[in-house]
Design a protein around this ligand. Structure first.
Ligand code: BG6
Length: 489
């Protein structure tokens, strides 16, 4: 049993029958309970617009737990205890009168946490209704992404929330920040002087960030087609990773010290003009191909699709950061659906030593690489050069990894899902792993200019075959600079 149990709280989950809640949030709450972290008095209120018998909806939540929690982590005892914390309330989130019933379910002495797993367009309405029944005082609100679809709409959402809740009680989710290895970036960079002294344009030539997904649109066509890969992945997850790699050391680990440093990076991102778009950004859309050896449809043939869409399912781009530390060091970002495998990794390419003394044909081996794998097989590898062994080898070089695989090294410890960590931090009142309003806004500002440029150019996304690493133009994007994607994936 862990030493630190949390204080008791009422966790009100708006949108409790939605995909995110069923797939991620209830399983994460279950795991926290199973780990003995939830206070005995903590209650979970499942709120959704569906009316009818609460027991039927609670059964749907139970079924989702049975489906999404790994069998070896699901025991009947744990499940029964967890389900006993739950109540269901059907309500219309935008109807003020429905909040009287909610009020009855919240114990006044408990910390109230209101988690909005709903479209962002209703966040403001929920906040106003909570305030009207006196449920806003001291409450923490958790906002799911996407917050708006551009700078203007995200400001409108944030402003509506800010009418009721001060920034220090607003927790904006980017679930990548809850991933164990992403948090490890902070430890890796700031607890090891070995890396931090090298972490700049004197020693690093370029950085790659790849977030590839094997899945396609998975029944989410309606949402995704309005968003596209830039809004869905780059604006948030990839830019957050970029910030953690590129930021200056914060003076302490407080939420604002870290966020201040991240904001400086976002502000320093060089805008990409319409004229540069063709060379610096590649948009793609998958066409029919195969995944794991079975045929899969193209984006325009997915369930509920229309055949006209020019929404991108892949983006590769080169970002530059205009500051002292990173001048001249490109950050290549790449993310797409229907790639050959699920893979999130960051590769830091170090520069070659200033004077080369080995055989000319081995020159391409030179240059250390630090590979930070976020998923799958979380771990870190440092690619180093050594001499090949054997009398006949002379000074032949060999490139090999110094490996730290988290799952092998810490075999006994299960790697928690990002949402478990994030929910725990909300309950603890710690905002470190959440995104501040200005971060979201600078990220939108940078992405908006790309979207605007695409509109002006009016070019369709480049096709790529499902199960491939994206359009050929994404290879050209990096080879143009005399480089290649790590592993020549
Ligand atoms: C979400 C996106 O934020 O992240 C999804 O909306 C994407 O489109 C998902 O599939 C990827 O998350 P993960 O943790 O599976 O890499």
């Amino acid at each position: 049993m862990p030493a630190m149990k949390l204080e008791s709280c009422t966790f009100a989950l708006f949108g409790a029958l939605g995909d995110l809640a069923l797939r991620k949030l209830f399983p994460a709450l279950y795991q926290l309970d199973r780990a003995g972290l939830l206070h005995d008095a903590t209650r979970i209120l499942a709120l959704a617009r569906e009316t009818g018998e609460p027991s039927g909806h609670l059964r749907a939540i139970e079924q989702a737990l049975r489906l999404h929690v790994p069998a070896k982590e699901l025991t009947e005892t744990d499940l029964t205890r967890f389900l006993a914390r739950l109540s269901y309330l059907g309500m219309d989130f935008l109807k003020a009168e429905d909040y009287a019933a909610l009020l009855e379910h919240v114990s006044p002495q408990d910390q109230l946490i209101a988690y909005f797993a709903t479209p962002a367009s209703v966040y403001g309405g929920i906040c106003a209704n909570l305030a009207a029944v006196g449920l806003a005082e001291g409450t923490r609100v958790v906002l799911e992404k996407p917050i708006g679809h551009d700078l203007t709409s995200s400001r409108a959402v944030n402003d509506a929330v800010a009418q009721v809740f001060p920034e220090n009680r607003v927790y904006r989710i980017d679930h990548y920040l809850g991933k164990e290895t992403v948090q490890n970036l902070i430890a890796l960079r700031f607890a090891n002087s070995l890396f931090e002294t090298q972490w700049n344009q004197n020693h690093i030539s370029h950085v790659e960030i790849t977030v590839a997904e094997k899945v396609g649109i998975e029944g989410r066509w309606g949402y995704f087609d309005q968003a596209g890969q830039l809004r869905d992945m780059i604006q948030n997850h990839l830019l957050q990773l970029l910030c953690l790699i590129a930021m200056d050391p914060p003076s302490d680990l407080s939420a604002d010290s870290i966020r201040d440093e991240k904001v400086k990076v976002l502000k320093a991102l060089e805008p990409i003009s319409v004229e540069q778009l063709g060379q610096r950004v590649v948009r793609g859309q998958y066409v029919a191909g195969s995944s794991d050896g079975r045929p899969v449809p193209g984006y325009l043939e997915e369930e509920n699709s229309n055949t006209q869409s020019d929404t991108e399912t892949f983006v590769a781009l080169r970002a530059d950061i205009r500051n002292w530390r990173w001048a001249g060091v490109p950050f290549y970002l790449r993310t797409g659906k229907r790639m050959p495998q699920k893979l999130s990794q960051i590769v830091i390419h170090f520069k070659a030593p200033p004077h080369y003394i080995f055989a000319p044909e081995q020159r391409q081996l030179i240059g250390n690489k630090l590979i930070i794998r976020l998923q799958p097989d979380e771990g870190i590898a440092l690619q180093v050069l050594t001499k090949d062994q054997g009398l006949d080898k002379g000074m032949q070089l060999r490139s090999g990894p110094l490996q730290l695989s988290f799952s092998d090294t810490y075999r006994s410890a299960r790697i928690p899902d990002a949402y478990e960590r994030l929910l725990l931090e909300v309950m603890r009142g710690n905002q470190n792993l959440f995104v501040r309003k200005d971060e979201i806004e600078y990220a939108w500002q940078w992405c908006d200019q790309l979207i605007d440029g695409w509109h002006r150019l009016g070019e369709a996304p480049k096709p790529y075959t499902a199960g491939s690493w994206g359009p050929m133009a994404s290879v050209a994007l990096i080879t143009r600079d005399g480089r290649s994607w790590y592993g020549d994936l």
